[in-house]
Design a binder for this molecule. Structure first.
Ligand code: SF4
Ligand SMILES: [Zn+2]
Ligand SMILES: [Zn+2]
Length: 315
């Protein structure tokens, strides 16, 4: 990848195959894999993501990020036999897309000998995402994208499934790219407290809201993809049919364009927010968590977002 047969900057022996623009390093395959796994371990330590007795639910979508994360965490878990892993796969019900992803995710779990659970929107909410999209398209007043529904409902589905399997942590494959996109999205939505909330380890705000951690938050997506490729991890490469409709997609394109011209920009955005997060938390209204009056799940409002959306969908 653009290295002209240079020798690896780390081991100084092997031929490099990858150029890391933001650090100037050129790396061989072995050293590249080592830096990714080392970075994950360092991130886990830096943010104190796990403790020895954790039961960790890994959110697995069948994409490169979550499957690479599952592989790395399973390697780490083997060294800490008191911790355990379980994979949670959410089926939103997106025909021609999710079926293949579930098959890939399930096979990966079997290969790694990791217990897995599939949880379905249809069973949990009585509707699939596709049915929601169809209904909402008949309602001209709705301005929310399919991803807005998917995001809220999947977050709840993951939490419910994690509690069911007795997990006390949910690990997701969010990368540095996802994190910086989320920061910009929150700015574009005018949701400043949202920037403070979305941190590498969420706060425990309610005993039934499982803490979420993001061990890939300081790894660019390009590198998680390369990790999966070098490790020959089979993942779903076809994008979700709704992804192009999301504002997130525009943020991705914009950030990638800037990163290409100015390597390291994504890290700069991420670190700037780390520095001012405590100030952002002060701007946010501190809402106490209670239980939703309809479903009884933890919520910051009387009627949780999930119930609000389902009401709208079913009306
Ligand atoms: S792209 Fe949007 S609709 Fe598709 S799985 Fe992701 S969040 Fe859900
Ligand atoms: Zn090397
Ligand atoms: Zn509710």
């Amino acid at each position: 990848m653009g290295t002209d047969r240079k020798v690896c900057s780390r081991c100084r022996r092997c031929e490099s195959f990858f150029y890391r623009p933001y650090s100037g390093e050129v790396l061989c395959k072995k050293c590249f894999l080592g830096t990714i796994e080392g970075k994950v371990r360092a991130t886990i330590g830096k943010y104190k993501m796990f403790s020895f007795k954790d039961r960790i639910a890994v959110a697995v979508s069948g994409g490169k990020d979550s499957l690479s994360l599952l592989q790395i965490l399973s390697k780490i878990e083997k060294k800490h036999s008191t911790a355990s892993l379980v994979a949670i796969i959410v089926d939103e019900g997106i025909r021609g897309y999710r079926d293949e992803a579930i098959e890939i995710a399930t096979n990966a779990c079997k290969k790694l000998d990791i217990e897995h659970q599939v949880t379905y929107f249809k069973k949990l909410y009585g509707v699939t995402l596709e049915e929601i999209v169809e209904r909402m398209r008949q309602t001209p007043k709705t301005r929310l994208s399919p991803c807005a529904y998917c995001g809220v409902l999947r977050r709840r589905a993951l939490n419910v499934a994690a509690l069911k399997v007795g997990a006390n942590k949910i690990a997701t494959g969010h990368t540095l790219d996802d994190e910086t996109q989320t920061i910009l999205l929150n700015i574009f939505h005018g949701d400043v407290p949202g920037i403070a909330r979305e941190k590498p380890v969420t706060e425990v705000v309610h005993p039934r809201l499982v803490q979420r951690v993001k061990p890939f938050c300081e790894i660019p997506e390009r590198e998680t993809a390369l990790y999966a490729y070098v490790k020959k991890i089979k993942f779903q490469s076809v994008p979700c049919p709704y992804s192009s409709e999301a504002l997130r997609n525009d943020m991705r394109l914009m950030l990638n364009r800037v990163e290409e011209k100015h390597p390291g920009t994504k890290f700069t955005v991420f670190r700037s927010i780390e520095k001012i997060r405590s100030a952002l938390e002060v701007c946010g209204k501190k809402e106490g968590f209670k239980e939703c009056r309809e479903c009884g799940e933890p919520a910051s409002l009387d009627l949780c977002k999930t119930c609000q959306m389902l009401k709208q969908v079913n009306s």
